[in-house]
Design a protein around this ligand. Structure first.
Ligand SMILES: Cc1cc2nc3c(=O)[nH]c(=O)nc-3n(C[C@H](O)[C@H](O)[C@H](O)COP(=O)(O)OP(=O)(O)OC[C@H]3O[C@@H](n4cnc5c(N)ncnc54)[C@H](O)[C@@H]3O)c2cc1C
Length: 472
C-alpha cells in the first residue's frame, strides 16, 4: 500500500480534518521534552518527521486505526501531552503514524459514593483536577507537568505527583482502564478497590509507554477536599542527616502528603535566607483533617528536632509551593544560554540511598569536567526507602555530538552507581528511548517477561519501536 492509499484509508476512519500532513503539525509531534534534544536544537539538531499525525475522536476510531496499521505493518507512536522527558514519544522512523490522543478528553461526573471519576485518556490532568475541584474533591496526583500531561501518558509512564508520599503514585490512583491492543481489540479492566483475579491487568499498561497498546479511558480515585494543611521545614547539616529524619518519620506509619529534602545547591537561591551555607533543607506538608494533620505535625517536629534538625518555619514550604512548577520555563532559558540541563530520578532502600546520592554526585563532578552543577533532592518517600532526583547543568562544547557525549557520560555514571548500590534506575519518568540500554541491568532475565508480553500483544512490532525495549 502506498502513502496516498494509507492517507485515504485513515481519512475514512477519522475525517480529513483529523489527518494532519502539514510540516508544522508533524514537527511539533515529532519530539517530546527530552532534555538532550532541547539542548541540541540550539545547535541545529533537526527531528525525524513522522509521515502524518492522526487525531481519533473516540475508542472505536483508535481501534480502526490500530487494526489497519497492524494489517499493513505501519509503525505507530501514541502521543499524549508530549511532556515526557526520555524521548518516549520521539519519532525515529519517517514512515511513522503519530496518534495524537488529545481529542479523547470527555470527563464524566465524580461518583461520590465510590469516590472515583472516569475520563478519556487524552484529558489533561490539569483539566481533570479543575473539574473535580468544582465538585468539592481533589485528585491528589500533581506531577510538575500538570499543565501538559494527559491521563493516558501518566499511566503509560508510571508517573508520580508531588503529593505522592500521602496519596501514592499513579498505580495507587488508577482504579480501572480501557485500552486498544495493537490488533484493534478493545480491552477493559473494571474499576474495583482490589481484586485477586490473577495478575493485575492494569499493570500491563502502567509503564508500557505505548508499546503494548493505547490507553483510551481511565477511572481514577478522587479525595474529598482536605480541611487543613500543616507545614514545617527544618535545616539539617547534611543530606545523610535529612534522609535519616525522613526514614524515622516514615517508620512511624504516618503519610504526610509532601516530604522533600534538598541539598545546598538547590537551596541557596530559594531558601538561602533561612539557612546557613552548606546545609540541606527538609520540607513537610501534611493535608487532611485538622486533628490528623496536627498530629502529623507533632510527630514530625519531635523526630526532626531530636535528630539534629533546626526548625525553619512554614515560609520555605510556601516558597516551594508557589514555585513548584517553574522548572519547565527555567529549562528553556538555560538551553538558550548554552547550558545543558536534565533531571535523572532513581530510588533505593533506606540502607542504600545515602550512598547512591553521595557516590553519584562525587563521581559526576570528578569524572565529567563539563559539569557546572549536579544537585539532588528526595521528594517521594516510603516506609522502605525514597527517591533521589538529580539535577544536571553542564557546559559541553557547542556541538551536537559533544553534547551527547557529555550527556551519556553523566547518565552512565548515574545508572551504574545506582545499580552498584542496589537501587532502581528509574523512579517515575519511565524508560522512553533514552533508558533502554540500561534496562537489562535493572531487570536481569526479567526483561524476557516484558519481551514475551510485547511479542504476544504486538507480534508485528508496530507499537512505538525503540521505546521501553530495544528493537530486535
Ligand atoms: C517540567 C516537567 C516536569 C515533570 N514532572 C513530572 C512529575 O512530577 N512526575 C512525573 O511522573 N513525571 C513528570 N514529568 C514527566 C512527564 O510529564 C510524564 O512522564 C508524563 O506522564 C508524560 O505524560 P504525557 O501525556 O505528556 O505523555 P507523552 O510525553 O505524550 O508520552 C509519554 C509516553 O507515553 C506514551 N503514551 C502517551 N499517551 C498514551 C496513551 N494514551 N496510551 C499509551 N501510551 C501513551 C507515549 O507513546 C510515550 O511513550 C515532567 C516533565 C516535565 C517536562
Amino acid at each position: 500500500m502506498n502513502k496516498d492509499q494509507i492517507i485515504a484509508r485513515l481519512k475514512d476512519f477519522v475525517g480529513a480534518d483529523n489527518v494532519l500532513l502539514d510540516e508544522s503539525s508533524r514537527k511539533q509531534k515529532a519530539v517530546d521534552l527530552y532534555a538532550l534534544r532541547l539542548y541540541q536544537k540550539h545547535l541545529g539538531w533537526q527531528p525525524v518527521m513522522p509521515m502524518l499525525v492522526i487525531r481519533p475522536g473516540n475508542t472505536g476510531e483508535v481501534s480502526e486505526i490500530l487494526a489497519f496499521a497492524n494489517e499493513n505493518k505501519l509503525r505507530i507512536i501514541p502521543y499524549g501531552g508530549g511532556s515526557g522527558v526520555l524521548a518516549g514519544a520521539e519519532t525515529i522512523y519517517e514512515d511513522t503514524i503519530v496518534i495524537d490522543l488529545s481529542r479523547l478528553n470527555t470527563i464524566q461526573d465524580v461518583h461520590d459514593q465510590d469516590l472515583n471519576i472516569t475520563c478519556g485518556a487524552g484529558t489533561r490532568i490539569k483539566d481533570l483536577e479543575a473539574r473535580v475541584n468544582s465538585q468539592g474533591y481533589v485528585l491528589g496526583h500533581y506531577p510538575q507537568s500538570m499543565d501538559q500531561a494527559q491521563m493516558g501518558g501518566l499511566v503509560a509512564t508510571r508517573s508520580i505527583g508531588q503529593f505522592s508520599t500521602g496519596y501514592g503514585g499513579i498505580e495507587d490512583f488508577l482504579l480501572g482502564l480501557e485500552a486498544v491492543l495493537p490488533n484493534g481489540e478493545v480491552v477493559k479492566v473494571k474499576a474495583n478497590p482490589r481484586t485477586a483475579c490473577g495478575p493485575d491487568l492494569k499493570h500491563v499498561f502502567l509503564g508500557s509507554e505505548g508499546t503494548f497498546g493505547i490507553v483510551t479511558e481511565v477511572t481514577v480515585k478522587v479525595f474529598p477536599q482536605p480541611e487543613n494543611r500543616w507545614k514545617g521545614s527544618y535545616r539539617v547539616r547534611t543530606m545523610d542527616e535529612g534522609l535519616e529524619i525522613i526514614r524515622l518519620v516514615m517508620r512511624t506509619g504516618i503519610k504526610p502528603s509532601v516530604i522533600r529534602l534538598h541539598d545546598w545547591l538547590e537551596c541557596e537561591k530559594p531558601y538561602g535566607a533561612f539557612m546557613e551555607e552548606g546545609e540541606s533543607l527538609l520540607i513537610f506538608l501534611s493535608e487532611g483533617r485538622k486533628d490528623v494533620t496536627d498530629l502529623h505535625g507533632q510527630i514530625i517536629e519531635k523526630i526532626a528536632l531530636d535528630n539534629g534538625g533546626i526548625a525553619a518555619g512554614p515560609k520555605p514550604v510556601d516558597i516551594w509551593f508557589t514555585h513548584r512548577n517553574d522548572a519547565a520555563d527555567e529549562y528553556e532559558q538555560y538551553g538558550s544560554q548554552g547550558i545543558m540541563v536534565d533531571t535523572i530520578e532513581v530510588s533505593g532502600n533506606w540502607s542504600q540511598i545515602a550512598d547512591i546520592y553521595n557516590k553519584t554526585v562525587e563521581r559526576v563532578y570528578y569524572e565529567v569536567p563539563e559539569v557546572l552543577f549536579f544537585s539532588g533532592h528526595s521528594s517521594h518517600s516510603y516506609m522502605n526507602g525514597t527517591n533521589i532526583y538529580f539535577q544536571l547543568g553542564a557546559f559541553p562544547p557547542p556541538d551536537i555530538a559533544e553534547a551527547k557525549r557529555v550527556y551519556d557520560q553523566v547518565w552512565d555514571i548515574t545508572m551504574e552507581s545506582t545499580l552498584e548500590h542496589g537501587g532502581a534506575i528509574a523512579h517515575h519518568h519511565g524508560i522512553g528511548k533514552q533508558r533502554v540500554k540500561y534496562l537489562p541491568g535493572e531487570l536481569g532475565n526479567g526483561i524476557d517477561i516484558l519481551r514475551a508480553v510485547k511479542d504476544g500483544l504486538d507480534p508485528q512490532g508496530i507499537m512505538n519501536p525503540g521505546a521501553l525495549l530495544a528493537e530486535k
